[in-house]
Design a protein around this ligand. Structure first.
Ligand code: E4P
Length: 218
């Protein structure tokens, strides 16, 4: 299972990378805005800075929503670095653009996916990744994890190569359920990854080991 971090914050990306378990980064326009990144040149420079930290898989989202615009913007993003994956929204022109990018060898991440039908379309178009949003479905009292399960099953039925990238992951139980289901990737905030470290019995056991060691070595 791949771990991606869902942020545009360089310090958090470095921290996750230094942990040694990071496989990629996803960003979106809201996350870029949160870091105060504006203007085409600054946006490109920021994506380059992210690519310089990690080994691969940096999702950079297009802003255009028409076919020609998505193609132009996606090609410009892909030129920044070989690690870039062009993130395209699940809309009609987006699906057409994913098909085109696939034919040109440009990797894509189809984002804002909320149904199995949308995921099927993304796979048919040849998306490298499909991003179903778990947390946002949970927010409206729908079951985000059931969607992940459905998509994993459908892709297995037809041997689609599109990887299921579980997004909008809010806590460690989301992540662990995705692992149980067999999602290929999860993207989440740093705190969700680091929360996997925690167990009270680990803390208690370590304190005991250190205390026992101290008893005979002081
Ligand atoms: C996915 O690529 C999105 O950036 C992200 O996971 C959205 O998460 P949110 O619903 O917590 O904003």
């Amino acid at each position: 299972m791949k771990f991606f971090i869902d942020t545009a914050n360089l310090d958090e990306i470095k921290e996750a990378y230094d942990l040694g378990v990071l496989d990629g980064v996803t960003t979106n326009p809201s996350l870029m805005a949160k870091e105060g990144i504006k203007g085409d040149d600054n946006v490109r420079a920021h994506y380059k800075a992210i690519c310089d930290i990690v080994d691969n898989n940096v999702s950079a989202e297009v802003i255009a929503t028409d076919y020609e615009g998505i193609i132009k913007e996606g090609k410009e993003l892909a030129k920044i670095d070989d690690k870039i994956v062009v993130k395209v929204p699940m809309i009609k022109d987006g699906v057409k653009a994913i098909k085109h990018f696939t034919s040109e060898g440009i990797r894509t991440n189809c984002t804002l996916v909320f149904s199995a039908g949308q995921a099927l379309l993304a796979a048919k178009a040849g998306a490298s990744y499909v991003s179903p949003f778990i947390g946002r479905l949970d927010d409206i009292s729908m079951d985000g994890l059931t969607l992940i399960e459905d998509i994993v099953g459908i892709y297995q039925n037809y041997y689609f190569e599109t990887e299921v990238l579980a997004a909008s992951v809010r806590h460690s139980m989301h992540l662990l359920e995705c692992a149980n289901i067999g999602a290929d990737v999860v993207t989440c905030p740093l705190k969700v990854i680091t929360s996997l470290l925690n167990h009270p019995l680990t803390d208690k056991g370590l304190a005991q080991f250190l205390a026992d060691h101290k008893k005979v070595n002081s």
